[in-house]
Ligand binder design. Structure first.
Ligand code: ADE
Length: 233
């Protein structure tokens, strides 16, 4: 998968060199390009923002550098990429969305700062690519960088080959609609706390049943809205 990021903080993404995603880059599973929006400005101060038309607080990102950045990334000869603008005004990012985006060959993340990007950039991008506004959740970040990082991690680990053991993707929270069951490792007793005996029983059916019950109980307790509505009788 090809991933391009446009940002005024390219150094933010240096952490993508480490861990599983770093390995995925080295092995060629993920081809990452980080682009400094200021490289597409032409004034001495490398200006990327200006005051909003109509007034109001804060600054808006100017369209010109964004247009040039997107033109440099989107190759009209290639299949149109999917351009994601992280925004609290977007659709909320979910595991299902991560799964779907993991199948796209080319993602472009446009990280806005300040009060956002001039809307014409989004409208222009939509003539060249599939465009989505995506929110990490119902809270406000200072910009799109942290949201982009979270989405790339969630999407990247679903690309075949990135996570060594694909089975570890199957049983986790949000795959299958329930939260993950609690996990334990050795020692069997730690600070007088015992591992639930069923996990030491060797009875695989009983273990599977216990884990499923734990998933339901956890989900009921912290995320009841994820459970199917009770059947009417
Ligand atoms: N930018 C600022 N807040 C955001 C959020 N909640 N999700 C995505 N991008 C954002």
């Amino acid at each position: 998968m090809r991933i391009d990021i446009v940002t005024i903080f390219p150094e933010f993404f240096s952490v993508l060199d480490v861990s599983l995603l770093g390995k995925a880059r080295t092995s060629g599973l993920i081809d990452l390009g980080v682009h400094d929006l200021r490289d597409f400005t032409h004034d001495r101060h490398r200006t990327v923002d200006d005051t909003p038309y109509g007034g109001g607080a804060g600054m808006v990102m100017k369209p010109e550098p964004w247009g040039e950045a997107l033109d440099s990334i989107i190759d009209p000869a290639e299949h149109a990429p999917t351009v994601i603008f992280p925004s609290p005004a977007g659709r909320v990012f979910t595991q299902a969305m991560a799964r779907e985006l993991a199948e796209h060959p080319h993602l472009v993340f446009g990280c806005g700062r300040y009060e956002g990007i001039d809307q014409r950039v989004v409208d222009y991008a939509a003539t060249k690519a599939e465009v989505r506004l995506v929110s990490l959740g119902d809270y406000v970040l200072n910009g799109g960088e942290v949201a982009t990082m979270a989405m790339i991690e969630a999407i990247g680990r679903l690309i075949p080959g990135v996570v060594g053991n694909p089975e570890s993707l199957v049983e986790e929270s949000h795959e299958g609609g329930l939260l993950e069951y609690p996990s334990y490792t050795k020692p069997a007793v730690w600070r007088e706390r015992e591992v639930p005996p069923v996990l030491l029983s060797g009875n695989h059916a009983a273990i599977a049943r216990w884990r499923h019950e734990q998933q339901i109980e956890r989900t009921r307790s912290v995320r009841p809205e994820l459970l199917p509505p009770p059947a009417l009788d």
